[in-house]
Design a protein around this ligand. Structure first.
Ligand code: ZN
Length: 140
């Protein structure tokens, strides 16, 4: 059976492109509203809190907490067949936004809600770097 190509982000989307550019530089940047300072995810052309257009791509602190997670042991996406079982984790950054990601560097049965985490950057092609997270060693 032929390997199915993994779906990757659209780097030409003007709304999300700055996120992927930052990830490639190993930086985690989210939009911060110039008017109300709300930090948002996913990217959007206007602030969902006050409707101000734009937003400055601001580097995040780099720490967060596992808000929820699930273990996938069924093949929903053929391109991830070889990764089964894997986790899908919802991380709440210290700045507030929550993003769906994967936790790495930990056994699946050791993942816990409330675990403190920090991003890691995984280049999956010359152009695309994914943002994943790993537990902080000291639990900070
Ligand atoms: Zn705002």
């Amino acid at each position: 059976m032929a390997e199915t190509a993994r779906l990757l982000p659209d780097l030409d989307d003007p709304v999300t492109a700055p996120f992927w550019k930052a990830a490639r530089a190993h930086e985690l940047r989210f939009q911060k509203c110039a008017r109300c300072s709300y930090v948002r995810w996913p990217p959007s052309p206007v602030c969902p809190n006050c409707l101000e257009p734009g937003g400055e791509w601001t580097q995040m602190s780099g720490t967060g907490t596992i808000w929820s997670f699930g273990i996938y042991d069924h093949v929903y996406d053929p391109s991830l067949r070889g990764a089964i079982p894997y986790n899908v984790t919802l991380v709440e950054l210290d700045e507030g936004p929550r993003l769906i990601t994967n936790l790495v560097g930990v056994e699946l049965d050791a993942i816990r809600i409330g675990m403190r985490v920090t991003p890691v950057f995984e280049a999956v092609s010359d152009a695309v770097t994914l943002v994943k997270f790993r537990p902080l060693a000291d639990g900070q």
